[in-house]
Structures are given as structure tokens and as C-alpha cells.
Design a protein. Structure first.
Length: 161
């Protein structure tokens, strides 16, 4: 259960920034970064978590080391836009492990998926057998990442360095 959003002061913003940079930082390390003693620092972090501002802590894995050498961005146009069709599509796409993200878009395409695969051949197979088979898909267009220039999961926090 999330609590009401706290009014963020400079220390809260510094804590959020620090947690984005290193989610494994100890309370002692965080306290030192924001010039607090550990106990009030821990209370602040707990409030940020309970409010829903901190959704979780994650490890960022190496796609390449795990064998995913291809990243593709797949734009999809749907047959129709009924709530039943949208719900069926979204329910099934969420269950596909190689789909890292799915965004409902404005504009020509209805959805964009970020999909990883071992190589072009396995990407093509996944596209044919899994993506095109999703309910309601009419048109598919794919672009491949040639080089990742930036990947960040950090949001800008006003007032934090």
C-alpha cells in the first residue's frame, strides 16, 4: 500500500539520486552522502519506498554476456482499437520474455516493442512466431539498434547533483 507522496526536500532528492546511482548502497553510505545519521536516513528511505517513489531495486544484466546480440524496435499497427482487442494484446505481450518494453503510442503506430534476440535469424523467427501472432496485429515494422549510445534507468531529480 503506498502512502501519500511526501513533500521532497533537498535531502530526499539527494537520496533518490544516490539510490538510482547505487541501489546497493548501505544506509550508512547513504547517510554519509546526505550528511545525516543512519537512523533518520533509514526512516527517510523507508518513507520514499512506502510512498511508491522507489518502486524497487534491480540488477542491470549484460545483454551481450547473456547472448542477446540483437536489439530491435518493433512498431505495431493494430486491426482495431476496441477495449477487448487492446486488453488481449497487452495481456499476451506482457508474457513475452524477450519483449523488454512495450509502449502504447500516438501517431501512425499503436505500439512499440523493444525486443532482444541472440542473432538476426532468431529475431526473425521470434517476430514470425510470437510477435505477428499477437492478437489484433495488422502491420509490423522493425528497426534494429546499430549501437547503443545511452541506456539509463535514472530519472532526473531536480536539485540533486
Amino acid at each position: 500500500m503506498s502512502h501519500p507522496l511526501p513533500k521532497l526536500d533537498a535531502i530526499d532528492r539527494q537520496l533518490l539520486h544516490a539510490l538510482q546511482q547505487n541501489g546497493r548502497a548501505t544506509v550508512g553510505e547513504l547517510a554519509e552522502m546526505v550528511s545525516l545519521s543512519p537512523s533518520p536516513c533509514w526512516r527517510r528511505v523507508k518513507l520514499l519506498e512506502e510512498s511508491g517513489l522507489v518502486e524497487g531495486y534491480h540488477a542491470r544484466l549484460s545483454r551481450r554476456q547473456l547472448g542477446y546480440g540483437v536489439t530491435g524496435f518493433v512498431q505495431l499497427q493494430m486491426e482495431n482499437h476496441t477495449s477487448q482487442a487492446t486488453e488481449a494484446f497487452e495481456r499476451e505481450v506482457v508474457a513475452l520474455p524477450q519483449v523488454l518494453s512495450c509502449h502504447n503510442l500516438s501517431g501512425r503506430y499503436d505500439y512499440q516493442l523493444e525486443v532482444v534476440a541472440q542473432d538476426l535469424e532468431s529475431f526473425a523467427d521470434y517476430l514470425r512466431t510470437r510477435i505477428r501472432a499477437l492478437p489484433g496485429v495488422r502491420e509490423v515494422s522493425t528497426s534494429f539498434s546499430l549501437k547503443e549510445v545511452k541506456r539509463s534507468r535514472s530519472l532526473p531529480i531536480d536539485g540533486a547533483s
